[in-house]
Design a binder for this molecule. Structure first.
Ligand SMILES: C[S@@+](CC[C@H](N)C(=O)[O-])C[C@H]1O[C@@H](n2cnc3c(N)ncnc32)[C@H](O)[C@@H]1O
Length: 505
């Protein structure tokens, strides 16, 4: 059996045969002790915008470059009507089945799918129920995507591969499929198609609306999901990102995007994700937290808070949500956005989404009105009218950069009650060493989310930006404004002030 280093060396020899060029300032390194598999490290200082390596387009694997479509023209036509994921799954499974004869054998030997001694699939798809329980109360547990993945498996196997006449894939198991799909998730690149860009440039003015996927099939997309040997040896880090892949018509070039010192690792970026999502997709975590970490406040936490702490009834909270949804739905001019969400993001850099501010402010006023006993919440028509008015007045208040004092109290109470769910499981501030096991990775995710939530208790940062800060006013002022017209019998729905939907983004 080949050793880890032998596999690396054979891969490097193959790359050279493929005319891949690598800067002499880089080496491929065994980073298993840091639980990072292989990676690349600078053995000399590198300047910004230097070419690190270049890969001919013929070396990458996709629908145009693979054994399957070279020998089976029917398969190629069929693959073109699938989506990017489905097509690359079939292409790659076929290439792996003919492994010995595939020109990519030396590359496959470096991947987790072949090297089971040195690699393990740690994406959440492969965690048991007990292991996933370590991630509670993170909402990532609800977003693993197993059902969607299995639906794709059932679509492709065996019906599609039979139709495409690929007998080698008639007996693909669910496990094989999950492994290939996860490999694609964590190793593939969306490589621009140069010929498509040409056409697109010509048509750009007529067709500005068209998105990257076109109609969802490969045929009309402007890229191919592809496996890119060597480019995918780079690990990623949201804080240490220093290299990016550039697509030219003939070759793919990895370039430094900042100066890199001798001894530093070369890091790509796999896009902007918090630790929970990095774990779900790629099966690792950033030990000290991702740059893009956030915690989430589930709608249920908000609901429970207003029921248990402020005495609202469950049906009044639920009715308020229904009425707010209806206001957003009925609003043809799109001035009022949907603010009843399943959960609300609270970011590491002390930013919260505006929908969270709106929903807490509205419920805070509803709670004060309900407890004052002076208004009729029993009749559904007057309740709906009253909540519409509360919502409009709260929109105006927030637009003028004001919030009420009860909002602040309730915001803090809700945030603390969510943080408490983490504190019963972990010490948010404890040091993290090298993370190897799934239980340790789960802890890092919880810490990332808990820290982000805690940062959103820094009111100074949360409620001010570079230009201005929110002012906190007495609730009585807003309540008088809301109840005044109602008591005088004036039409409370008359309101010409519009709050633009995009202000909620
Ligand atoms: C595109 S590959 C990178 C090459 C990989 N190190 C290898 O040896 O094959 C992506 C995988 O590398 C690992 N990885 C990437 N960045 C990492 C990091 N910062 N820390 C730990 N593992 C990382 C994860 O297992 C991820 O699924």
């Amino acid at each position: 059996m080949l050793s880890f280093d032998d596999i690396t060396n054979k891969f490097l020899e193959w790359l050279s045969e493929e005319n891949v060029t690598i800067s002499s300032k880089l080496v491929v390194k065994d980073l298993r002790k840091d639980n990072q598999g292989r990676g690349m490290v600078a053995n000399e200082d590198i300047e910004e915008d230097e070419e690190l390596f270049s890969i001919p387009r013929e070396t990458i694997i996709n629908i145009d470059n693979c054994s399957l479509t070279k020998t089976n023209s029917k398969a190629r036509d069929g693959l073109l009507s699938l989506n990017q994921w489905e097509a690359l799954i079939i292409v790659l499974l076929y290439e792996l089945k003919v492994n010995g004869k595939s020109k990519w054998s030396a590359y496959f030997n470096t991947l987790p799918i072949k090297d089971t001694q040195n690699y393990k699939f740690n994406q959440l798809m492969f965690w048991s129920h007990e292991q996933l329980a370590d991630l509670s109360p993170s909402l990532i547990i609800d977003r693993i995507g197993k059902d969607e993945a299995e639906a794709m498996y059932n679509k492709l196997f065996p019906k599609v591969v039979e139709d495409l006449n690929i007998p080698e894939l008639f007996k693909v198991t669910l496990e094989e499929y999950h492994k290939v799909a996860s490999l694609i998730m964590s190793y593939s690149f969306d490589v621009e198609r140069p010929e498509f860009n040409q056409v697109e440039d010509d048509e750009a003015e007529d067709d500005e609306e068209e998105d990257d996927e076109g109609d969802g099939t490969i045929l009309n997309g402007n890229y191919y999901k592809s496996m890119v040997p060597l480019a995918d040896i780079l690990n990623a880090d949201t804080k240490l990102h220093n290299a990016s892949l550039v697509y030219t018509p003939g070759v793919l070039v990895m370039k430094s995007v900042k100066p890199i010192k001798k001894g530093e690792q070369i890091y790509n970026t796999y896009s902007d994700h918090p630790n929970s999502e990095i774990l779900r997709r790629y099966g690792y975590v950033e030990t000290n937290g991702s740059e893009l970490d956030f915690g989430e406040i589930p709608l249920k936490t908000i609901k429970d808070y207003f029921i248990n702490r402020l005495g609202l009834t469950s049906s009044l909270v639920q009715d308020t949500f229904v009425i707010l949804d209806k206001i957003a739905e009925d609003d043809e001019e799109e001035n009022f956005a949907k603010i009843v969400l399943d959960s609300y993001d609270c970011f590491n850099d002390s930013q919260v989404i505006l929908e969270l501010i709106f929903i807490i402010q509205i419920l805070s006023i509803v709670a004060l009105l309900y407890r004052s006993d002076s208004l009729d919440f029993s009749n559904s028509e007057s309740k709906s009218e009253l909540i519409s008015r509360v919502s409009k007045k709260c929109y105006q208040l927030i637009e003028s950069k004001k919030l009420t004092k009860s909002f602040l109290e309730n915001y803090e109470g809700i945030m603390r009650s969510r943080i408490q769910e983490y504190l019963v499981k972990i010490d948010c501030n404890s040091e993290t060493g090298i993370v190897k096991t799934r239980a340790e990775m789960a802890k890092v995710v919880l810490k990332s989310e808990c820290k982000s939530l805690k940062n959103c208790l820094d009111f100074e940062k949360v409620f001010s930006d570079e230009e201005s800060s929110y002012k906190f006013i007495d609730d009585g002022k807003l309540i008088r404004n809301i109840t005044k017209k109602r008591i005088n019998g004036t039409d409370i729905t008359d309101n010409n002030r519009k709050i633009k939907k995009n202000k909620l983004k």
